[in-house]
Structures are given as C-alpha cells and as structure tokens.
Design a protein around this ligand. Structure first.
Ligand code: G3I
Length: 302
C-alpha cells in the first residue's frame, strides 16, 4: 500500500487518527485525512462535557459532523469516551452516589443510542486505573459510586448499541510487568469469566522515549488477546516521533492477530495535544516525516 490506510487494510487492519471537527474545513488537514486514514476518533467532541453540557440536554453537533464526514468518506469511527473521570461537565462533577451513577447510565444510554449502528468500537470506560505500583482503580467520583461502575457502564453500552465493540481504554498499560497493566488484565479476565460484555482493550500509547521502549509490548497485546478480546492501539504519539519506536509499535501490532488497528492522536505535529514534542507523522505543514515512512514500511513488510 502507498498510504497508511491502504497498507493497513492489506494486512486486515485499519489505520486511524484523532480528528477535531473544527479542522475539517482546513484543506491541508482534510487532504491528508482523506488520503491516509480509514478510521477516525473524535478527539474531544464525544466527551461528556461536549455531549451533555446540561443534565439530560444532549448536544451532538460537532460529533455528528465528524461521524457524517467519516461515513461520506468511507471511514469508520471509534467512539471516545462514554465514562471518564476527566472532561465531565460541571453539573456531573458536582454529583455523587446514586445521582451520579444514574446520570452516567442516562448519559451512556443516550450517547451510544444516538450513534447506534455507526460506531465500530466505543471507549466505554477510559483511564479508570491508577498509575504506580498498586494496580488498583483510580480514585474518582465515578469510582466512589461503587466498584461495579465499570461493568454497569459496559452493560448499559451493550444495551444501547449491541453492534458496537465495547472497549476499555487506558495509558501506561503497554509494559506487561507494570502493576497497572496487570490490574486491567485481571479486570478483563474477570469480566470475561462473568459474562460482562467487553470486546476490546485500547492501548493509548502516548509514549515517551526517555524510558526504554516497552520491549514486551507484543507480549502484553497477545496476553490480552488470549482472554478473547480485540486489542487496538488507540492514541499513538511518541516524543520527537522516534522512528524506531513508531516502527516497533507498528510491527508489534502486526505480530498479534487480534490487534485490529492503530490510531495516531492527531495528523500534524501542530494538531497534537503535546505539539512541542513534535510527536506525530506529519509536520506542521503537512509533510510526511521519517516516522511516517517507518510506519508505512512496517505495514508493508512481512
Ligand atoms: O474548546 C475549548 C475552547 O472553546 C476554549 O477556548 C479553550 C480554552 O482552554 O479550550 C478548548 O477546549 C480544550 C479542548 O482540548 C479542545 O481544544 C480543552 O481546554 C482541553 O482540555 C482539551 O484537551 C484535550 C484533552 O484530551 C482533555 O480532554 C485534548 O485536546 C485531547 O487531545 C486530549 O486527549 C486525551 C484523550 O481524550 C484521553 N487520553 C489522553 C489524551 C491526551 O491527553
């Protein structure tokens, strides 16, 4: 393949990017998007603060714009994210207990219902595990509603859109030996054993090249896959766009049959949430960087 999307498709995978609705009118941006990518994730437009700014008043304009754009350009959509401790509207931040639990259920029912049939995979729950050595849950208002909030979120999403794959999504879960990775793994194993509906695990992969490359990344991906879930690289970006690391991530995904695809977290460096680190595959002018060629070559090899 001569583009990321076609090369990935030849390997039975997708290649996606985070997209911002307000940039779709930028012809450099949309030109690269249309040429290179066949999956999109709304970067912010489907988050709780964007879709339900006031309780039970839903606002889908920007997210609809991305979904409609994707559909008319033959791209699929990863939904991001239904339940997350961050980017909550103020009214939700001020809720707790049963009121917050019910608000979460209502939110998931409405948002997943609005996009029913249009989403390849939902990040149902995002970033619910703590960093550090404990391997346990992150404290949050959602966690304080009871440890079962995650499975309730998944069951609610399944009921609202039975056709979407339902993912748990997190960062710092690439290294198999990290407590956080083990914590997520044990949750997925437990969900599978008890019939809680989960279909996929997203590995964000915001990588920092000051630490060594997680050489057991493909072990992590295949161990999760062995639980019977699809695995996806969902928010890839790498400090200074280290070409070796980009090549490694791509080949680690391709080495695992259940790794369905890779999504980078933005198109040009200037689009990135950490733009000062130039972490993406295209420079601010939209030119292909060395990391782009490394990824394309890795997709085409083997
Ligand atoms: O849209 C408002 C704008 O109206 C306002 O004037 C401006 C002033 O600050 O803020 C704008 O909103 C910002 C939004 O991005 C859109 O640019 C928010 O402040 C800012 O917090 C938000 O940052 C996003 C961040 O998530 C928090 O939600 C980043 O764009 C986005 O890349 C980042 O993505 C997250 C994933 O969702 C989850 N994993 C980690 C990843 C990186 O942090």
């Amino acid at each position: 393949g001569t583009t990321l999307g076609t090369a990935a498709a030849e390997k039975g995978r997708y290649f996606g990017t985070a997209v911002a609705a307000y940039k779709l009118s930028d012809s450099t941006y949309s030109g690269i998007l249309n040429r290179e990518f066949n999956m999109v994730t709304p970067e912010n437009e489907m988050k709780w603060d964007a879709t339900e700014p006031n309780q039970n008043q839903f606002s889908y304009g920007s997210a609809d714009q991305i979904v409609n754009y994707a559909q008319s350009h033959g791209m699929r959509v990863r939904g991001h994210a239904l339940a997350w401790h961050s980017q909550q509207p103020g009214w939700a931040q001020n809720l707790s207990g049963t009121a917050l639990r019910n608000a979460m259920i209502n939110h998931i029912t409405n948002v997943a219902g609005h996009y029913k049939g249009k989403i390849y995979a939902w990040d149902v729950v995002n970033e619910a595990f703590a960093d550090g050595g404990g391997g346990g849950r992150r404290d949050s208002n959602l966690q304080r509603t009871g440890n079962d909030w995650i499975e309730v979120a998944f069951r609610t999403a399944r009921a609202a859109d039975p056709g979407a794959k339902l993912c748990y999504n997190d960062y710092n879960t690439d290294d198999w030996n990290q407590a956080k990775t083990q914590g997520v793994y044990n949750m997925v194993k437990d969900f599978k054993a008890r019939g809680v509906p989960i279909d996929c695990v997203g590995f964000q992969s915001h990588l920092n090249n000051q630490s060594p490359y997680p050489s057991n990344y493909r072990t992590t991906l295949s161990n999760f896959a062995a639980l019977g879930v699809e695995v996806q690289i969902t928010e890839l970006d790498i400090e200074q766009a280290n070409t070796t690391w980009y090549r490694n991530v791509t080949s680690d995904c391709l080495a695992v049959a259940a790794c369905a695809g890779i999504t980078v977290w933005g198109i040009r460096d200037s689009d990135s949430w950490r733009s000062s680190q130039n972490p993406l595959l295209f420079d601010g002018s939209g030119n292909k960087k060395a990391a782009y060629t490394a990824v394309l070559d890795a997709l085409n090899s083997g």
